[in-house]
Design a protein. Sequence first.
Length: 315
Amino acid sequence: MTIRRATEADEATIRELWEEFQQEVPEPNGFIPETWEQEWDDVQKNIATGAVFLAEDEAGPVGVARVEEQHQGSSHVHLVYVRPRSRRQGVTKALFRAVADAAREQGAKTVSLEVLLANDVARSTWQHLGFKDVWVGMAQPLDGLDARLAQVEDVGEWRATTHVQSDDEVSVKRAVAQFLPRLQAPEVRSSESWMRVTDPVLDRDRDAHGRLAKELSERLGAVTVALSLEGPVVRFRLYERGRMVDEYLSVPTYYGALPKGDELALAANPTLVSRLTGAERDDVKRIARIAETPFELPPSGELYKQIAQLMGLEP
């Protein structure tokens, strides 16, 4: 196997390899692939600087690599492709040695490349060669972006309700009245087997909301739920005899990055939710889902209502 610099006389060979690559790794949905004529314009420029390479064995061409001219100390590897019959034989490494030499000749200190997240084989290969993630490219169809932007405009509401599993309205009102700091205008409302407590102070104060639910649970020996709509996310905290036994946040990393274990801890526990509120376990798993962004879930106001209804609470 040999590696050599390509010339314009190799156009047919380079095109054949490029088309095989395009077929094997097509553009993501929504992206219009380049024509060969567009690609060839760029290839010719790189041929002129000696930065396009062909790998050949006794049966003919087996691979191609192209590196663009260095910019700000970095040369971008636009294409590396090896035919399936010659993979795992060191051809990719040989092409990269040629690419590295060409980049160094141009004065580059770094080489970069792009790879689709869905292309696991290529990502593994580049990581094995020491390439690391330094940026993330993201895309969204315009129609989808329009829909998300419309949704974003409607996620500013904050609302907090505390639910006590009790029918003793007098005891609940007494406990609420003794809570410190004093609430602004507490309302206690009976709803089947739950008492619902609301107050404007709790709508924006997550800590006070959690303390109230904990204190009511402890004083009354009851199950309590602190359910809140926090702009684009939904949270609930479940207390039993004064101890928080489960916490859910629809987007665990919304307020900042978390260790993976802490992210998973903010998923709802279907067994506990079912045991303490009577919700159907499968419904908890289906409705109280977590996601990486609010847009992967129903609108937060709707999700807030769904979770309340799931537990038999009045939102």
